[in-house]
Design a protein around this ligand. Structure first.
Ligand SMILES: C[C@](O)(CO)[C@H](O)COP(=O)(O)OP(=O)(O)OC[C@H]1O[C@@H](n2ccc(N)nc2=O)[C@H](O)[C@@H]1O
Ligand SMILES: Nc1ncnc2c1ncn2[C@@H]1O[C@H](COP(=O)(O)OP(=O)(O)OP(=O)(O)O)[C@@H](O)[C@H]1O
Length: 317
């Protein structure tokens, strides 16, 4: 029986602007997505029987068909039925380190790893673009999770254009274990409050995306100027999430007041909040300082950093 071990990194959103709505109920976005070294490990083994099995060490993560990992495997079975018959089923174990329902694309990156792993297990020889296209049918963040690094994403988040990779910007990340924000809820509330400001014309959408592309944050990324990047962080979803989650707002303010923090923002639909820091040493100091101010064990704090890759294969047998 063959097996692969993969590393599936989380993401943060350095920039998230909602520019329009779509007839499919989703939103037109311009985002800058960034991989970080906080990651889950995925092990995939082939099975002699034609079945899909999922295991996970995290009590909040389902192992049935509602797990994105299961749905990724099911998608591969549906698209490549002959390979499934030839190679058999898959047994997938997810070792969770990324906080769940956190705005860090935890489920999406697990699904991306399963697509990459099954491609290898079944010798399909798919290109990265083909894997990203498969991923886009599972969730808007999945294509980015396959690609990784630093990327500008448009459409509903699935159209990717790579930027020069940012490596080694140190980050403190905080997430209250008991807080979960539904992504659908965040977008729905945003639409209710700000829908009247949306762009409706395709040309306007394209020129807004182009304006971000040629704007300050992309210039700062190209110049690898962490301070300038930090000053231009943006997330429209903060407007609806922060007023409803006072703990998240408080944590964000606490991060922002720490010496050595150059910028702070909520990631995706939250409730994770991150702070960009001047160095690893500073990030560790800030983590300790925040821990002293908020001793609540419900608050998980991580020191992490930006990385330049998405899914990585680290072992096979
Ligand atoms: C918030 C982000 O994580 C930022 O990167 C993404 O935009 C969300 O990505 P995701 O979790 O992969 O999202 P999906 O699983 O595709 O969609 C979850 C829900 O979010 C809303 N959604 C998502 C993406 C998008 N462009 N517009 C939306 O309105 C939809 O209500 C959808 O039902
Ligand atoms: N493999 C998985 N890992 C984590 N959660 C999963 C997984 N599969 C399904 N889920 C379910 O999906 C929900 C969202 O979890 P996830 O960690 O993917 O959110 P997220 O980090 O906010 O994602 P995104 O940033 O893409 O919106 C959880 O409530 C969880 O029960």
């Amino acid at each position: 029986m063959r097996s692969y071990k993969l590393i599936a990194p989380a993401k943060i959103n350095l920039y998230l602007e909602i520019i329009g709505d779509r007839s499919d109920g989703y939103h037109e976005l311009v985002m800058i997505l960034q991989s970080i070294d906080l990651a889950d490990e995925i092990e995939i083994h082939s099975l002699s029987s034609e079945t899909i099995h999922v295991h996970c060490n995290h009590p909040q993560v389902p192992t049935d068909k509602s797990n994105l990992v299961y749905r990724a495997a099911e998608l591969m079975v549906k698209r490549f039925p002959e390979a499934f018959t030839k190679h058999g089923g898959v047994d997938i174990t997810v070792h969770k380190h990324i906080p769940v329902a956190a705005g860090l694309a935890g489920g999406s990156t697990n699904a991306a790893a399963v697509l990459v792993g099954i491609d290898l297990l079944w010798n399909l020889g798919l290109t990265q673009t083909e894997i990203e296209e498969l991923g886009s049918t599972l969730g808007s963040d999945v294509p980015f999770c396959v690609a990784g690094g630093t990327v500008i994403a448009t459409g509903r988040g699935e159209q990717l254009s790579p930027l020069p990779s940012l490596d080694h910007i140190y980050i403190v990340l905080g997430k209250y274990r008991s807080l979960e924000v539904s992504t659908a809820w965040a977008y729905k509330n945003y639409r209710q409050e700000y829908g009247s400001t949306y762009l409706r014309d395709t040309n306007d959408l394209a020129s807004r995306a182009a304006a971000v592309h040629s704007g300050g944050i992309v210039k700062a990324i190209v110049e690898k100027d962490a301070v300038a990047i930090a000053q231009k962080l943006h997330n429209d979803l903060e407007k609806v999430v922060l007023p409803s989650y006072s703990q998240v707002l408080h944590l964000r303010e606490l991060f922002a007041s720490q010496p050595g923090v150059i910028g702070t923002m909520m990631s995706g639909s939250g409730p994770s909040v991150f702070a960009l820091c001047t160095s690893q040493e500073q990030a560790e100091k800030i983590q300790q300082q925040v821990r002293q101010t908020i001793p609540d064990e419900d608050l998980e704090l991580f020191v992490t950093r930006t990385i330049t890759h998405g899914i990585q294969v680290v072992g096979n047998g």
